[in-house]
Write a protein that binds this ligand. Structure first.
Ligand SMILES: Nc1ncnc2c1ncn2[C@@H]1O[C@H](COP(=O)(O)OP(=O)(O)OP(=O)(O)O)[C@@H](O)[C@H]1O
Ligand SMILES: [Mg+2]
Length: 267
């Protein structure tokens, strides 16, 4: 499974949001972090890959233009976890996760389906929530259910839009550890949008930095997480130093004036 994008453009009405997004092949088995400030276009780009928005340019899955896939094929191969999940239906957690797996036309529930749901709930350590109703869950519990729904579908491309934003510290690490493991074991192409750059540095092998609808930079942590990028893209003065385990650590110091490329991109 391969994923790439070439000159992807999208507008909401007359507002141009994606202005030519190009990413080289996202590597299967590794996490690619999509980072960038609010309104950079990350969610819009994910929705284009999930086939929910129809952009100009080419998104290519396994060397084939996404437009040549049927809706069923996209739904089977690509799973998109929205930034805000509407999980308010009157269903139990178990039912909701099972329903997420039944994306094919067959509604027959097999033993394999049931085992898969149980397995995911165990992996995420939320089996105690199985019989609880979704509308009675806390924000973080709902987010865990959404993650379970994404994983139980066994996608080939997994798009997680700020999957840990409502989770406590321990849950954040557990979820990202699990996503890393599953990504590697099943050789999934996983894209995660996150705002916590230190978390991204810990879990992602590749980065795509989006800013004002374009890709400002892409590459590994050392290529991308630089004081220049943080100033240009985030408007923040920061230091970037390797921690004791060698993983880069970003320490924000003060806010700064965003520099040149933003005015250029806005032109
Ligand atoms: N449905 C919509 N209709 C009109 N404009 C939209 C719509 N959705 C998003 N936008 C605009 O598109 C731009 C990019 O939004 P997007 O949600 O892709 O950003 P993002 O990078 O995911 O930001 P965040 O980090 O805040 O989630 C923003 O200016 C936003 O206001
Ligand atoms: Mg977003």
């Amino acid at each position: 499974m391969k994923l790439s994008a070439s000159d992807v453009r999208f507008s909401y009405g007359s507002t141009d949001v994606l202005k030519g997004v190009t990413i080289q092949e996202a590597v299967p088995g590794r996490i690619t972090a999509t980072i960038g400030p609010n309104a950079a276009g990350k969610t819009t780009f994910f929705k284009c890959i999930a086939g929910l928005l129809k952009p100009d340019g080419v998104i290519s899955v396994d060397g084939r233009d996404l437009r040549s896939y049927s809706r069923e094929e996209i739904s089977r191969r690509v799973t998109y976890l929205p930034q805000e999940s509407p999980v308010n239906a009157v269903l139990t957690v178990f039912e909701a996760v099972l329903l997420a797996r039944k994306h094919t036309l067959s509604w027959r529930v097999t033993d394999e389906d049931l085992q898969s749901v149980t397995g995911v709930l165990e992996d995420l350590d939320i089996e105690d929530l199985s019989t609880r109703f979704l509308n009675e869950l806390s924000g973080g519990q709902k987010q865990m259910v959404s993650i379970a729904q994404s994983l139980v579908r066994e996608p080939e491309i997994l798009l997680l839009d700020e999957p840990t934003s409502s989770l406590d510290l321990q849950r954040q690490l557990e979820v990202l550890d699990l996503v890393s493991r599953v990504t590697q074991e099943r050789s999934i192409v996983t894209l995660i949008s996150v705002h916590d750059l230190n978390q991204a540095a810990r879990y992602a092998a590749q980065f795509v930095v989006m800013s004002q609808g374009v890709v400002y930079a892409s590459g590994d942590a050392h290529e991308v997480l630089t004081p220049e990028m943080l100033r240009d893209v985030y408007g923040v003065n920061a230091t970037v130093t390797p921690a004791h385990d060698g993983i880069l650590q970003v320490t924000p110091l003060s806010s700064a004036r965003r520099t040149k490329h933003l005015t250029e991109a806005a032109d």
